[in-house]
Design a protein around this ligand. Structure first.
Ligand code: APR
Length: 232
């Protein structure tokens, strides 16, 4: 028998216990910055040095942290289920933990791209500065989807979510669209589990939604054990 499909949508709370700060838990400031200042095309046009340095700090920080027990539990889930992860996170902690199928909705910290040709993407683990150019002499920028920009992986993510037999949502405030709208793509009968210590969702708006008001390192391993046991 083929495995059931589990689709997992993750947000910043997934990586919080690895030591990466969430966006909206500190008065709308992200590491001391207004998000529009460091995560919008306008912010980059106004002060590219500041934006590049901001992502350099994020990249350096990512080199120092490790996946947590929540990430590892999602890898274990692959023994019993066909698992696809759709993450809003720009870290690579799902991949570091060993998850096989990860779609990044908002880009990746360890990649950069040409400011002129968005399809010209390079792997990049060091600092990025003004003067770092693509092969055609154009400035490189972080491979991050900023506010107001298109979300190229959205269609793929929506298609994956439509195949879900089980949907798990972890550590997201559900405030950023279109990512938050993906919940509406899962089939009506698909059970939804929402793991977040401060869940920003109205369970009664959904037919099959169960809130697990726990952190990722506690709630996700429990849920994985529960789903695995349900097969035995
Ligand atoms: N475990 C699970 N969830 C947690 C934990 C934890 N240890 N700690 C905090 N959370 C939850 C918070 O309760 C909150 O609901 O994580 C969520 C984080 O919400 P946001 O900071 O808004 O992050 P996210 O939803 O991923 O933001 C979406 O916004 O700035 C953009 O592009 C950026 O991808 C990001 C998007």
């Amino acid at each position: 028998m083929s495995k059931q499909k589990v689709v997992v949508l993750t947000g910043a709370g997934m990586s919080a216990e690895s030591g990466l700060k969430t966006f909206r838990d500190a008065n709308g400031l992200w590491e001391g910055h207004d998000v529009m200042e460091v995560a919008s095309p306008q912010g980059f046009a106004r002060n590219p040095e500041l934006v590049l340095e901001f992502y350099n700090q994020r990249r350096r920080q990512l080199l120092e942290v490790s996946p947590n027990a929540g990430h590892s539990a999602l890898v274990e889930l692959e023994s019993h289920f066909d698992v696809s992860i759709i993450t809003q996170n720009v870290d690579n902690l799902h991949e570091q933990a060993g998850s096989s199928h990860v779609v990044h909705l908002h880009g990746e910290l360890f990649k950069v791209r040409s400011t002129v040709n968005e399809n010209h993407v390079l792997d990049w683990k060091k600092d990025l500065v003004l003067g770092d150019l693509d092969d055609n002499g154009h400035q490189l920028r972080p491979h991050i989807v900023w506010f107001g920009e298109m979300v190229p992986m959205l269609e793929t993510a929506a298609y994956i979510t439509q195949q879900a037999d089980v949907l798990i949502i972890i550590g997201t405030s559900m405030q950023v669209y279109p990512a938050a709208s993906l919940i509406n793509y899962s089939p009506q009968e698909t059970p939804i589990y929402f793991v977040d210590p401060r869940p920003n969702i109205n369970a009664s708006d959904y037919r099959n939604l169960e809130v697990i008001a726990k952190t990722a390192t506690e709630g996700v391993p429990n849920l994985v054990a529960q789903l695995t046991d349900s097969l035995i």
